[in-house]
Design a protein around this ligand. Structure first.
Ligand SMILES: NC(=O)c1ccc[n+]([C@@H]2O[C@H](COP(=O)([O-])OP(=O)(O)OC[C@H]3O[C@@H](n4cnc5c(N)ncnc54)[C@H](O)[C@@H]3O)[C@@H](O)[C@H]2O)c1
Ligand SMILES: O=P(O)(O)OC[C@@H](O)[C@@H](O)[C@H](O)[C@H](O)CO
Length: 383
């Protein structure tokens, strides 16, 4: 059994690659980072350290690596003969990996079982986004044939994998917790065997619970922590205002999730308390800079702030804590984060209303619009 995994970064090596390895797959990592690929090629094993009260180390072997920028022909053949393709490259990068997946599907022998394709990104239905891009690169006349060779399945992935202190190594430090939820219906009965994953009929409650609890909470800690001048995520939670802000944001999104998906209120309360404990793990060298990365993506319409805030406003409530977190996100100022630089350029060049339309994707008739405009105006006055 063979799996091709795009993105040999933190979550690629520390989570998806590990779980596929544990499921018995040979994992072929595909990445554009030449030094990372060379390091993986030179190694026969790498270690995944689970940092926490009881630290354990897992060893991954049975992997290969391909430079997807320079070895496209070889990669197409690997995809054509694989059982699974996964990605963890970032939602904005999916369109760049789509052409080679399309070429691999075109080259795939029709007698093979359908290729399972799963995007493991922090975004609602990221695999649908990938599939849409793949279809753009499949010849019109081949759509029916290629459709029989592929099963696109959405997923939700959860494990905190910080940036690695030794950026040149391939070993990776992760938290002990993990969850990989995959939609079952996409496989037409032939569900892949991945013991570490959970297959469900309806992914929506799982992906929204994950994105609007773990990631909304995480980003709130990062942005409030950044405003408070803190570097590490675990230290940010020692600042009373940051902890209080994160708790209040999580109460707002939890109320929405309970009302919308019928989640059990007590279970959701326990879930959000548990994630605060996960964020506080001092053994994880995680930073406000990593967790806050790409603020324009995080402030977009269906992402962790505006997504739930818009729904709360549509239900007639003002999402006060989420609006405060948006205000902190607008202050995220990191010179080597391209989106942070672009965010500040937009704050300077656009009107508040123009900014809210452009960045947050809200139009003037939306019930959240004027509240976000007020937040943006407040930040613009301080620039
Ligand atoms: N780190 C976490 O805690 C975590 C947890 C859950 C989900 N995720 C999601 O996983 C994705 C990756 O996050 P990460 O933290 O591993 O980031 P990362 O930067 O460590 O890894 C991304 C990798 O993708 C590679 N890449 C970029 N463009 C590529 C391309 N065109 N082709 C192939 N490879 C390419 C990069 O070189 C890098 O090695 C994101 O969507 C993130 O939201 C991360
Ligand atoms: O990867 P991002 O940039 O969407 O979000 C940053 C973190 O919140 C994220 O990587 C978490 O660590 C992860 O989603 C935990 O499962």
């Amino acid at each position: 059994m063979k799996a091709i995994h795009f993105g040999a970064g933190n979550i690629g090596r520390g989570f998806v690659g590990l779980l596929l390895h544990d499921a018995g797959y040979e994992v072929v990592f595909a990445d554009v980072n030449a030094s990372l690929i060379d390091a993986l090629k030179a190694a026969t094993t790498y270690s995944v350290h689970e940092a926490g009260e009881e630290s354990t180390t897992r060893v991954v072997d049975n992997f290969r690596a391909i430079n997807s920028a320079t070895d496209e022909a070889a990669l197409i053949q690997e995809i054509a003969t694989a059982d699974i393709v996964t990605t963890a490259v970032g939602p904005t990068v999916l369109r760049f990996v789509a052409p080679v997946i399309a070429a691999g599907l075109e080259a795939r022998d029709a007698s093979l079982p359908p290729l399972a394709v799963m995007a493991c990104e922090n975004a609602i239905n990221a695999t649908d986004v990938l599939a849409e891009q793949v279809w753009l690169h499949v010849a019109e006349g081949d759509h029916a044939a290629v459709n029989a060779r592929v099963a696109f399945a959405n997923t939700a992935v959860d494990r905190i994998v910080p940036g690695q202190a030794d950026g040149s190594g391939i070993d990776v430090t992760v938290e002990a917790f993990y969850e990989w939820v995959i939609e079952r219906g996409a496989f037409n009965g032939a569900v892949p065997v991945i013991p570490g994953a959970t297959f469900v009929d309806n992914l929506a409650p799982y992906i929204e619970r994950k994105l609007f609890t773990v990631n909304t909470g995480h980003a709130t800690v990062a942005y409030l922590g950044s405003v408070a001048g803190v570097t590490k995520i675990s230290d940010a939670l020692l600042v009373p205002e940051v902890l209080d802000g994160a708790r209040r944001v999580l109460e707002e999104t939890s109320a929405l999730l309970v009302a919308k998906h019928g989640l059990d209120e007590a279970a959701q309360r326990a879930y959000r308390e548990k994630i605060l404990v996960r964020f506080k793990n001092p053994a994880l060298p995680d930073t406000v800079q990593r967790v806050g990365r790409q603020p324009l993506r995080k402030l977009s319409r269906h992402e962790r702030f505006i997504g739930p805030a818009a729904e709360i406003a549509e239900r007639g409530t003002r999402p006060t804590a989420l609006l405060e977190a948006v205000g902190a996100a607008l202050r995220f100022d990191v010179a080597d984060d391209e989106q942070s630089v672009e965010l500040h350029a937009k704050l300077r060049s656009l009107t508040a209303a123009g900014f809210v339309t452009d960045v947050c994707g809200l139009d003037a008739t939306h019930p959240l619009f004027s509240d976000v405009v007020t937040v943006v105006e407040g930040v613009q006055r301080t620039l």
